[in-house]
Structure formats: C-alpha cells, structure tokens
Design a protein around this ligand. Structure first.
Ligand code: PLP
Length: 383
C-alpha cells in the first residue's frame, strides 16, 4: 500500500499514477510516462507548470521576505493590490487577500451581509462555490452537504440561466446573488448572452449585491481576463483564486470601495496576502498579460471546439465551451473513458458522471490539442 493511502485523510478519489514533474501543459509520472494536463491540475495552472516568471519571482522573494502579517505594509502586497484593481472591472478597487477559492467566497458572503445589513443569499442550482460551511451553503450538490448540516441559514437556490426563477425568489430581503458567470463544476454551463445583465438589473432593483465567482473562469480561462466581460456585466464583488498565482495557493475577494465597511479585524487571514504569494501572483499576471494568454485561450478554445464538434458520434450528446473551458457531454458514464484517455497520455477531468471537462493550461500547444482530440476520436470510434 502507498504511504498516501495509509496516512492521508482519504478525501480524494486517487488516480493510480504518481506525478512528479511538470512543464507547460506536460506532466510526467515516476515511470517517466508523459501526459498532457488537460485539466490544468483542476484549473490552477493557466500559465503552465513550472512557469519561468513564477519560479524566478518565488526564488527572489523567498530570499527577501517570505512572510509578514498584513498589519505591516509590504511592497509586493501593495503592487499586487494595485494590479488587481487595474485588471478587475472598473469599480472593483479593493481586495481581501486569502488562500483559496472557498475563502474568497466566505469573505464575499460576509462582506455582502455586513454591507447590506441583510441576510439572504441567492445562489444557483448545480453551483459550486467551495466546501467550507459558508461557501458550502451556496454550493448546490447535496452529496457535499447532507453530512454537515446544519449549514449556514439564509441561502436559497434558483435555476441557473432562468431569469424567471430569480425573479420569483429575489426580494428586498436579498443581500446578494452569488453566481459563477459560467458554471464550471456543473459541466460548463454557459448562460444566454442576456442572462447576467438581467440578473444585474434585478439586483439593482432590489438593492442586492451581485457576487460573481470567477474562481474557475478568471485569469484568461474563457478568452477574456474575466468571464463576466463576455456578458458586459460588472459585479459588486468578484471572487478569484485557482490560477491567480501560477500554482501557489492564493485567493482574493475583490470589491468596491464603499462595500469595505466591516469593522476592522472582523475578518482576517494569517497567511492571506503573504509577500511570497503576492510575488507569485504578480509574476503570473505579468505572464498572462505579456504573452497575451487571454487572446490565446480564445483562439485555441475556438480551434479545440471546432475539432470536437467535428467528431460525429452517437455517444456524444453535446460539446460546449468558452475559450479553454470546454465540456463534452456524453450519453454514458465517462469514468472508463477518463481512464483510457489517461492510459494514452491525456489527463482530462470529469464534471459529474457524464461530462468530460477540458481546461488545459492556456500555454497549451495546438499539437497537444490535436493529440487529445485524436485519442478521443480513436477511443470513441474503436475504444
Ligand atoms: N468556486 C468555484 C467556481 C470553483 O470552481 C472552486 C473550486 O473548484 C471553488 C470556488 C473553491 O475553490 P478552492 O478549492 O480553492 O477552495
């Protein structure tokens, strides 16, 4: 038995390979077998594994200052906060720095309740926002929730993409509507062009905040820096994490100046905004900008979607995606397909039981996309 199987808390359904090295969109296991990382290690590695900018920034910062609490000013933190304000939707100027997506969502819920002095949060069915108790209350799937009840009161869920459903639920008691602009874990669900604008209007009419969870869709993933840009909608609060710091743990809740009215120390995080995480994030964002990765994700995403749409098979129900966030919904359980793809050197991930999800590093090469599509075609036709 392997050490991890003996000593970890058994929370992860393990794949058999032991991954020990990565470069760009490639991974290698202990036997030297090479894989294409078609999941960007669960949406984290937008700038690719072992990104040179990130390595250099981390090396330099570890020699200067790894950690200092946020009660002290710090050059790296200052620079990152300024950068986040620059690249975020215009009115979002202040960030609470933390260490993960679920923490960014926790912060959003607390800031929204404190600012509006209201309690009700409306999220969407099939949503995923994390697994700490507050974020979990917004997450939809009962399989993540039932064991841990009672969760946080005050959460309601509406049908994602259906404005009538929100219309029925929202009222002047609503503190915030919390949505992924494109649902990721749910299997890449893209709402109509007008949906988020209509949500924005309903929020305005009811003095409710709009919180967009861009944890999976942010930092170029969908072909724009933020998925909300596709829909021309600015949120009041945005949650980011995953790919923010090139593989280094970090998250942020980014919001408007006037929303930051919580009493000091009513929310905090020991490690949030450490100089090391900030240096890694600055390097990762600089890489995304200099290498035009948003544009690259848009172009390669279209290319990938075209290739996938050309596969003619009864086994495929639907192909959908935006940029390099792509779902292939099958008419069957996909676990065997995932294992077969892995054997052939393609590490994809699943959304539920029937949807293959591809969200590779944005630095992926066309040849690696071709390789993936060829393996998939071969498996679907002959597998
Ligand atoms: N929000 C979304 C949209 C996510 O996809 C995830 C993770 O998959 C989270 C929140 C939770 O992020 P983390 O696992 O970093 O806590």
């Amino acid at each position: 038995m392997r050490s991890e199987d003996i000593y970890d808390a058994k929370m992860y359904s393990k794949r058999s390979m032991e991954i020990v090295r990565g470069q760009g969109a490639r991974l290698w296991d202990t036997t030297g077998k090479e894989y294409v990382d078609m999941g960007a290690s669960i949406g984290v590695m937008n700038v690719g594994h072992c990104n040179e900018y990130v390595i250099q920034a981390i090396q330099e910062q570890t020699r200067r200052l790894m950690y200092i609490y946020s009660i002290f000013y710090n050059d790296q933190r200052a620079e990152l906060l300024e950068k986040l304000a620059e690249i975020s939707p215009q009115s979002l100027q202040r960030s609470f720095l933390c260490n993960s997506g679920t923490e960014a969502v926790e912060a959003a819920i607390k800031f929204a309740r404190a600012y509006t002095k209201k309690k009700e949060i409306i999220a969407a069915m099939q949503a995923f926002h994390g697994k700490t108790l507050g974020a979990l209350s917004a997450t939809w799937d009962a399989k993540y929730k039932t064991l841990f009840e009672p969760l946080v009161p005050g959460f309601k869920h509406v049908v994602f993409g259906d404005i009538a459903s929100l219309h029925q639920s929202i009222s002047r008691n609503t503190a915030a509507v919390l949505l992924e602009p494109i649902q990721g874990e749910a299997g890449v669900r893209i709402p109509s062009n007008s949906y988020l604008q209509q949500v924005r209007e309903l929020c305005n009419e009811n003095d409710a905040l709009l919180i967009l969870d861009e944890v999976q869709t942010g930092f170029g993933r969908t072909g724009e820096m933020w998925a909300c840009q596709h829909f021309g909608v600015d949120p009041d609060i945005m949650c980011v994490a995953k790919s923010i710091a090139g593989g280094f743990p970090m998250g942020a809740m980014i919001t408007r100046d006037d929303i930051c009215v919580l009493p000091q120390a009513s929310h905090s995080s020991t490690f949030g905004g450490s100089p090391l995480a900030c240096a890694a994030a600055l390097a990762s964002i600089r890489y995304i900008e200099e290498k035009k990765l948003c544009q690259r994700a848009g172009e390669l995403g279209n290319y990938f979607l075209r290739q996938l749409n050309e596969i003619k098979s009864e086994r495929i129900r639907e192909v959908r995606g935006k940029g390099l966030l792509i779902g292939v919904e099958m008419r069957e359980h996909i676990k065997p397909l995932l294992l077969q793809l892995a054997e052939r050197g393609v590490l994809a991930i699943s959304s539920g039981k029937t949807i293959l999800r591809f969200l590779p590093p944005l630095v992926i090469e066309k040849e690696q996309i071709d390789f993936t599509v060829n393996q998939l075609v071969d498996l679907i036709e002959h597998g």
